[in-house]
Write a protein that binds this ligand. Structure first.
Ligand SMILES: Cc1cc2nc3c(=O)[nH]c(=O)nc-3n(C[C@H](O)[C@H](O)[C@H](O)COP(=O)(O)OP(=O)(O)OC[C@H]3O[C@@H](n4cnc5c(N)ncnc54)[C@H](O)[C@@H]3O)c2cc1C
Length: 465
C-alpha cells in the first residue's frame, strides 16, 4: 500500500512536471497566492470577465498540491458553517435568514456551475451528479437524521433539498451494513479532484494567466507579494492559502489547519459491486461525530476519508500526505464494517491533507478596497464547490462590480482568532477524543439520545449542526 505521495488522485493521473518558478520581480494587475481551487477559480472568472487583466498566480509547490488535489471529491452544496451564525453575523453582510437562504441557493447552483465549466472547457474529471447520502448506523445517529430533517424544514427548505430514505429505500441505492436509514441531498456531485484542479490550471494558463510554481510567498502587504526571487507588485493581492495560511506572517491564529485522512481500495470486482449496488454514484457520509465521507470512484474503487489525527501542535503541516498506521487501520475498520466485501480488494493507498477551519467554523470572502488585499477560505471541509462561488465573488469584488454574490452573508464575515498554543492543541485533540468515545458509546447502546460527551464537545468547539 502506498502512503502519502500527495494523494491517490495525483498518483492515478501522474504528478505533472513543474511549471517554471517566478524568475524575479514582476508587476501584475492581480496577484493570487495559492493555486488550489480558490486561487484558480478566481483567476478563471477574472480572466473571463476581463481578458486584458494581467494575472499572476504564485504557488509554493504545484497547482493542486493542497487540499484541492487530495479531497474526497464531493462537489457539495453543503454550507461551510452554521446557518444561524451567518444569519446573526454583524461583521459580514447582515442579511439575516434570507441572506443565508440565498447563500445556500447559490451553493446549490454552484454544483451545476462546476459541471457546466467542465463540459465547456473539456475538463474530464469523472463528474457525476448523483446527490449525497448521509446514513445512520445507530439509534442515536438515526435520531440525529430526523433532527436534521426538522432543521431543514424549519429553514423553509422543502423536499427538493433533502429527503428521508428508510432502510429499504437506502438499500435500493447502496447496501451499507448496519444502516437504518439515510438523508438524501440531491445537490452534490462526485469528482476526481486532481483531474479537476489540473484541468482548471491548464485552462487558466491557456487563457494567459501566469502561474509560477515552486514559488513560496513569504509576506503579503498592500500592493506586494514577497518571494525569495523578488516581489510581485499588484494593486490587488489575494490570499488563497486555506489550510496553509498559518505559515504566513501574522496569520498564525486565523485558520486552524485541520487534518483529514483518506484510504482507497483496490478495484472491486463486478461481484462486489453487485453486492454493494451504488450505481447512482452518490457520495456517502454518516451521522457519526467523527464522521466519514466516501465515494465510488470513476475507476471502480471506494475512497473513504475521516478525521484520523486531527491537528498537529503549533499548526504544524505535513507536506507529503503520509498517514499514521493507526489512522489507516481505523479507516480500514470502518470501511470493512460498512462494506465487508471490500476486504477482498485490500487497500491501495492512504494519504491526508489539511483544510482551513476558522474559530467559528464559518467561511469568509473578503476584499478591502482601501488596501487591495483580499482572501477567501475557511470552508471547514466543504470547499470544493464553495471555492468556485468564492472565486466568482472575489472576481466581482476585485472588479468593483456589485452583484448578487457580493452581498452574500459570508462576504466580509470576520471570525474570531484561535486560542494560542498549547490551548489550541489540547482543545482540538481533546475534542476528537470526546467524539470518538461518544461514537463508541452510541454504537454499543440502543438509546436514541446523543451522547453527553458529544454534546459537551459541540459546546466547547462551537461546531455547527
Ligand atoms: C482529505 C481532505 C478531504 C476533503 N474532502 C472534501 C470534499 O469531499 N468536499 C469538499 O467540498 N471539500 C473537501 N475538503 C476541503 C477542500 O478540499 C478544500 O476546502 C478546498 O480544496 C480548498 O481549496 P483552496 O484552494 O482554498 O486550498 P488548497 O487546495 O489547500 O490550496 C492552497 C494552495 O496554496 C499554496 N500555498 C500555501 N501557502 C503558500 C505560500 N506561502 N506561497 C505560495 N503558495 C502557497 C498551497 O501549496 C496550495 O496549493 C477536503 C479536504 C481534505 C484535506
Amino acid at each position: 500500500m502506498r502512503n502519502g505521495e500527495v494523494s491517490y488522485w495525483w498518483q492515478a493521473r501522474g504528478v505533472p512536471p513543474r511549471r517554471p518558478s517566478l524568475p524575479g520581480g514582476a508587476e501584475a494587475d492581480v496577484c493570487i497566492v495559492g493555486a488550489g481551487f480558490t486561487g484558480l477559480w478566481t483567476a478563471y472568472y477574472l480572466k473571463r470577465a476581463d481578458p486584458g487583466l494581467r494575472i499572476i498566480v504564485l504557488e509554493e509547490t504545484f497547482a493542486g498540491f493542497g487540499a484541492s488535489g487530495r479531497n474526497g471529491g464531493w462537489v457539495t452544496a453543503g454550507l461551510p458553517g452554521s446557518r444561524s451564525r451567518y444569519a446573526r453575523s454583524t461583521s459580514g453582510q447582515p442579511r439575516g435568514r434570507d441572506g443565508v437562504r440565498e447563500l445556500e441557493r447559490q451553493l446549490r447552483e454552484t454544483v451545476d456551475e462546476v459541471a457546466r465549466v467542465c463540459v465547456a472547457e473539456g475538463i474530464d474529471a469523472g463528474l457525476v451528479k448523483g446527490g449525497t447520502l448521509s446514513v445512520a448506523t445507530s439509534a442515536a445517529q438515526d435520531a440525529r437524521l430526523r433532527q436534521h430533517l426538522e432543521h431543514e424544514r424549519a429553514w423553509g427548505d422543502g423536499p427538493r433539498i433533502v429527503r428521508h430514505l428508510n432502510k429499504d429505500e437506502l438499500a435500493e441505492r447502496i447496501k451499507v451494513t448496519g444502516a437504518t436509514g439515510a438523508l438524501f441531498y440531491p445537490d452534490c456531485a462526485r469528482v476526481q479532484p486532481a483531474d479537476l484542479v489540473a484541468g482548471l490550471a491548464e485552462v487558466v494558463t491557456g487563457a494567459g494567466v501566469l502561474l509560477y510554481e515552486g514559488t513560496r510567498v513569504t509576506a503579503i502587504s498592500p500592493g506586494r507579494a514577497g518571494t525569495p526571487a523578488g516581489d510581485v507588485r499588484a494593486p490587488y493581492v489575494l490570499r488563497c492559502t486555506e489550510g496553509f495560511t498559518a505559515d504566513l506572517p501574522g496569520q498564525h491564529r486565523t485558520l486552524l489547519p485541520m487534518n483529514s485522512s483518506m484510504i482507497v481500495t483496490g478495484p472491486l470486482s463486478d461481484e462486489a459491486w453487485k453486492t454493494i449496488g451504488w450505481d447512482g454514484c452518490e457520495t456517502l457520509g454518516d451521522e457519526a461525530h467523527a464522521y466519514i465521507y466516501a465515494q465510488r470512484t470513476a475507476d471502480g474503487r471506494i475512497a473513504l476519508g475521516g478525521r484520523g489525527i486531527p491537528y498537529r501542535f503549533g499548526s504544524g503541516l505535513d507536506h507529503d500526505g503520509a498517514v499514521a498506521a493507526s489512522t489507516v487501520a481505523q479507516l480500514g475498520r470502518i470501511l470493512r464494517r460498512m462494506f465487508p466485501v471490500t476486504a477482498e480488494a485490500g487497500l491501495d493507498h492512504a494519504w491526508c491533507g489539511v483544510l482551513g477551519v476558522p474559530r467559528d467554523w464559518c467561511a469568509t470572502v473578503m476584499m478591502d478596497p482601501r488596501t487591495g488585499l483580499g482572501w477567501a477560505g475557511g470552508y471547514t471541509g466543504h470547499g470544493v464547490a464553495a471555492a468556485n462561488l468564492a472565486g466568482r465573488t472575489l472576481a466581482d469584488l476585485v472588479r468593483g462590480v456589485p452583484s448578487p454574490l457580493t452581498t452574500l452573508p459570508w462576504v466580509g464575515h470576520r471570525s474570531p482568532r484561535w486560542e494560542p498554543e498549547p490551548a489550541r492543541w489540547a482543545g482540538v485533540r481533546g475534542l476528537y477524543a470526546l467524539y470518538r468515545a461518544a461514537d463508541r458509546l452510541e454504537s454499543a447502546d440502543r438509546s436514541p439520545r446523543t451522547s453527553l460527551l458529544a454534546r459537551a464537545g459541540d459546546r466547547i468547539s462551537g461546531i455547527p449542526h
